[in-house]
Design a binder for this molecule. Structure first.
Ligand SMILES: Cc1cc2nc3c(=O)[nH]c(=O)nc-3n(C[C@H](O)[C@H](O)[C@H](O)COP(=O)(O)OP(=O)(O)OC[C@H]3O[C@@H](n4cnc5c(N)ncnc54)[C@H](O)[C@@H]3O)c2cc1C
Length: 204
C-alpha cells in the first residue's frame, strides 16, 4: 500500500494498468496496448562493422514505419547457422519499426498482442523497402528476425483513463509513463516520456 497526498503511478505500459486494476473501475484500463512492433532485416556485408557503431544513430521515416541501421545478435545467429565463415562485424541490418495499432491488452498476469491486417501491410512495405536498400548495398541474401516490440504503451490512455493533467478518476492519483500515450508514436518514446514527467511536475 502507498499513501500520500498525491500518488503517481509509473510502472510502465504493462505494469501500470496491473497496479491500478485493484483501484480503478475503468473499462479502458489495460486496453489499447501498442508495442511499436519491429523486426530487423539484413545479411552479410563484409567488414561493415555495424556491430561497433552507435545503434540507430540515424533513421528515415516513411508513411507508417521507419528504417534505421540496426545490428542485432538475433540476425547474426540465424546467418551464422548457414554461413560459419562470417563474424559479427560482417552483418548489416536495418530495423523496420511500425507504429502499430493499439489492439492489445493486459489482463491480470497475461499480455495479449497480435498483428493487425494494417500492421502486417506496413511491415511488408518496410521489409520491401529495407530489402531494396540492402540489395543496392551489395547484400545478396536477405535474412530477417522474428517480430519484437520494446515500447509498450497506451494502456492508461490520456482521454480514456487519465485526463489531460494525468489524473485518474480518483482524485490525486496520477499516471505518468508510456501507458498514457493515447496511441503509438511509432518512434523511440523516451524524450516524450521525459517531457510528460516535466509537464506533470509543473502541473503539481
Ligand atoms: C532493449 C530496449 C532498448 C530500448 N531503446 C530505446 C531507445 O534507444 N530510445 C528510446 O526512446 N526508447 C528505448 N526503449 C524503450 C524505453 O526504454 C521504454 O519505452 C521506456 O523506458 C518506458 O518508460 P516507462 O516509464 O513507461 O516504463 P519503464 O521505463 O519500464 O519504467 C517502469 C518502472 O516501474 C518499475 N515497476 C514496474 N512494476 C512495479 C511494481 N509493481 N512495483 C514497483 N516498481 C515497479 C519497473 O521496474 C521500472 O523501473 C528501449 C527498450 C528496450 C527494452
Amino acid at each position: 500500500m502507498f499513501q500520500g497526498e498525491r500518488v503517481i503511478v509509473c510502472g510502465g505500459g504493462i505494469n501500470s494498468p496491473r497496479i491500478l486494476s485493484t483501484i480503478l473501475d475503468n473499462e479502458h484500463l489495460g486496453r489499447n496496448l501498442f508495442v511499436d512492433i519491429f523486426l530487423t532485416v539484413g545479411g552479410v556485408l563484409e567488414n561493415c562493422n555495424l556491430d561497433r557503431s552507435v545503434p540507430m544513430a540515424l533513421y528515415r521515416r516513411y508513411d507508417g514505419f521507419l528504417l534505421s541501421p540496426h545490428y542485432t545478435f538475433h540476425l547474426y545467429r540465424s546467418i551464422k547457422r548457414e554461413r560459419r565463415d562470417v563474424g559479427s562485424g560482417d552483418i548489416y541490418g536495418i530495423m523496420v519499426k511500425i507504429g502499430d495499432e493499439g489492439k492489445g491488452f493486459v489482463k491480470g498476469n497475461r499480455v495479449y498482442k497480435g498483428v493487425s491486417e494494417r500492421d502486417e501491410k506496413l511491415l511488408s512495405r518496410g521489409i520491401e523497402e529495407a530489402s531494396k536498400i540492402l540489395g543496392d548495398m551489395g547484400v545478396e541474401r536477405i535474412y530477417r528476425t522474428v517480430l519484437r516490440g520494446s515500447h509498450p504503451g497506451g494502456t492508461c490512455a490520456m482521454g480514456k483513463v487519465v485526463d489531460k493533467n494525468f489524473e485518474t478518476e480518483v482524485e490525486n492519483l496520477y499516471v505518468c509513463d508510456a501507458s498514457v500515450f493515447p496511441e503509438s508514436p511509432g518512434l523511440p518514446p523516451i524524450l516524450g516520456i521525459v517531457a510528460m514527467g516535466k509537464k506533470l511536475g509543473s502541473i503539481l
